[in-house]
Design a protein around this ligand. Structure first.
Ligand SMILES: Cc1cc2nc3c(=O)[nH]c(=O)nc-3n(C[C@H](O)[C@H](O)[C@H](O)COP(=O)(O)OP(=O)(O)OC[C@H]3O[C@@H](n4cnc5c(N)ncnc54)[C@H](O)[C@@H]3O)c2cc1C
Length: 573
């Protein structure tokens, strides 16, 4: 058993952990990063190995060795989730993500107050723990700007310091300057979506993505090959942590990355202060790091699990959990979708960056009047391949065939042959509300390869507010498909209540230590030398993908640590 000392230990070197590693290293702090997976390189993604990355999903955690279980309610027996949507290597999810990079709206940070102001308190569904964030968009705007320019995001501004600009997202919150790179080029599905949405009076735009539309900071522009989601980029045009912040952290000389290391416990002393972490090495050895500052950034499941397994006499319900809030308020995106086929043209949707190619924001957040609709909050709508992660052929096959077309045999073969290059999916990514009983705890029956209890999710999206919203969005998607000129439009099947994409919550931030786990900087209320970073701290979710916001928060935490905490360790206010 080895024991070493450092100033800062970061658990999980992904979207958030990679930023903290570089920023704290640049400030002269000695940092060790623990990462359970390997460190891959751009050369690992050449040639495009569809078997490894699409079929075997090698960049994701193994559902057998690293299970996360799910049950719809506390009476049901939990089963392992069939696919895990997060990272398992240095760079985390940013290595194989779709790179869709949104700033949240101003009202996303105050969803509760905004709802009450516009529709009255009764509009908030009974039992929902919808809460405002302890910070505003204005507080985070400088860090969004930094993330976009540091990492490299392509897009077109729709709101420059309050001036609305057609062609960009006119619903976006005000930004201080343009994106660092022009928007990526649209493919045929984007061209059709743009025209159809305009016909209906909506405001479509090219989805902002952390994929370079032109050479930037020594990296080449996108080749439009289509191997983004589930894949690492073979030229390094995707702005993953692997090609952005990790090289920067290396250069500081203050950062050591330990790959193949699994943190299994947070250590503390009798006063309740964090003293470091315990981890298993790649050879199975049991090791300890003593650190002045502990930063948790291993994604929401391990943020929660590590706190719950690290109980002490002072914190019998889990480390830093005197509020009893750890594990609560789990949220996930649910994605109703329709399929559209085109008899008169090729769409070739498998070309170009794969995720959420072209979008509209007219029905997201509180961008539209919800009076009388029976639900609050909205969804981001986009045109996408039928399945982002199955490669061109698998994607087409994952499309539910239209009513009347068989799922097998000659009829199915003919359908696929005809529509392989002539189809699109139109998808709504809905904002689902937090509820205290949507939660993560420890599964008493299932353990992972290290012997740790699996994180267990209790979650069912089928609540009245959510079902009504899904139905509203599905009708909008059908309308869009028809306006795009599709010959046929039909709905995809909806899942059984399991959480969909982008899991968030579990260690929510707030202003009150009695109802939240961390403050706006991700600093634990109970343990000031413990910071928790990632979407586990989000009090509400929005219809947008989370990662740029996770990263803006990581820059904000790093700034607070370097400029304030370092000289005066203690609670930040
Ligand atoms: C296929 C796919 C597509 C996606 N597309 C998008 C998108 O287009 N836009 C978007 O905004 N988001 C997208 N996401 C989500 C995005 O990847 C996550 O929001 C983001 O990576 C989360 O950041 P994080 O730092 O919290 O966790 P991660 O980036 O997952 O990093 C956590 C790291 O911690 C490591 N780790 C975990 N537990 C331990 C432990 N106990 N000890 C040591 N190491 C540990 C993991 O191996 C991982 O590398 C996608 C995700 C997937 C999987």
């Amino acid at each position: 058993m080895a024991t070493e000392k450092t100033e800062v230990v970061i658990v999980g070197v992904g979207a958030a952990g990679g930023i903290l590693a570089a920023e704290l290293g640049k400030a002269g702090m000695k940092v060790i990063g623990l990462e359970r997976g390997p460190r891959l390189a751009t050369s690992d993604f050449t040639p495009h190995d569809e078997l490894r990355y699409f079929e075997r999903q090698e960049l994701r955690p193994s559902v057998k060795r690293q299970p996360v279980t799910w049950r719809p309610n506390t009476n049901a027996r939990a089963k392992p989730l069939p696919v895990l949507n997060y990272g398992n290597q240095a760079g985390g999810g940013t290595v194989h993500y779709g790179a869709v990079s949104w700033r949240f709206h101003e009202d996303d940070f105050r969803a509760r107050s905004r709802t009450i102001e516009r529709y009255g308190v009764s509009a908030i569904p009974e039992g929902s723990s919808l809460a405002d964030w302890p910070l505003t968009y204005g507080d985070l705007e400088p860090y969004y700007d930094r993330a976009e320019y540091d990492l490299g995001v392509s897009g077109k501004a729709g709101n420059l310091e309050g001036r609305r600009i057609e062609g960009g997202n006119i619903f976006e919150a005000p930004r201080r300057r343009e994106y660092p790179l022009p928007a990526l080029l649209p493919d045929q599905s984007g061209v059709l979506f743009e025209a159809g949405a305009r016909k209906l009076g909506y405001h479509p735009f090219s989805t902002p993505r952390a994929i370079l539309s032109q050479p930037y900071q020594g990296r080449p522009g996108c080749t439009y090959c289509g191997f983004c989601q589930a894949f690492g980029c073979h030229v390094g045009a995707k702005s993953s942590i692997l090609v952005t912040k990790l090289p920067e952290a290396d250069k500081t000389g203050n950062f050591q990355l330990r790959t193949g290391t699994m943190c299994y416990r947070l250590n503390s002393d009798n006063s309740g202060r964090a003293t470091g972490v315990a981890y298993y090495g790649p050879d199975g050895s049991d090791n300890t790091i003593e650190a002045d500052l502990v930063i948790l950034a291993p994604f929401i499941y391990d943020n929660t699990r590590l706190l719950l397994v690290s109980k002490t006499a002072k914190f019998p319900n889990g480390f830093a959990n005197s509020s009893g809030q750890v594990g609560k308020h789990l949220m996930a995106h649910i994605t109703p979708r329709v399929f559209a086929t085109f008899d008169d043209r090729f769409v070739n949707i498998y070309m170009g960056p794969s995720a959420q190619k072209h979008s509209l924001d007219d029905f997201n957040a509180d961008n539209f009047d919800h009076s009388g609709l029976g639900f609050i909050r909205g969804a981001q709508i986009s045109v996408s391949p039928a399945d982002l992660e199955a490669g061109p052929i698998g994607a087409a096959m994952s499309m539910d065939p239209p009513p009347g077309t068989p799922r097998w045999g000659a009829g199915y073969r003919d359908f696929l042959a005809k529509y392989f290059a002539r189809h699109a999916a139109i998808v709504a990514q809905t904002e689902n509300l937090p509820y205290a009983d949507q939660m993560i705890d420890l599964d008493p029956d299932v353990r992972d390869q290290w012997g740790l209890p699996a994180p267990r999710l209790t979650y069912d999206w089928r609540r009245e507010n959510e079902i009504t919203r899904v139905e509203f969005m599905a009708r909008k998607l059908e309308e869009l498909g028809r306006a795009m000129g599709a010959t046929r439009v039909w709905r995809g099947r909806m899942g059984p209540g399991a959480p969909g994409a982008h899991h968030e919550g579990g260690t929510r931030m707030g202003t009150d230590p009695a109802t939240s786990v961390v403050n706006r900087f991700g600093q634990s209320w109970d343990v000031p030398n413990l910071f928790i970073v990632g979407s586990s701290t989000f009090p509400s979710m929005t219809g947008f993908n989370p990662t740029l916001t996770i990263q803006a928060l990581a820059y904000m935490s790093a700034d607070a640590i370097v400029k304030r905490y370092q000289s005066n360790p203690g609670p930040l206010v």
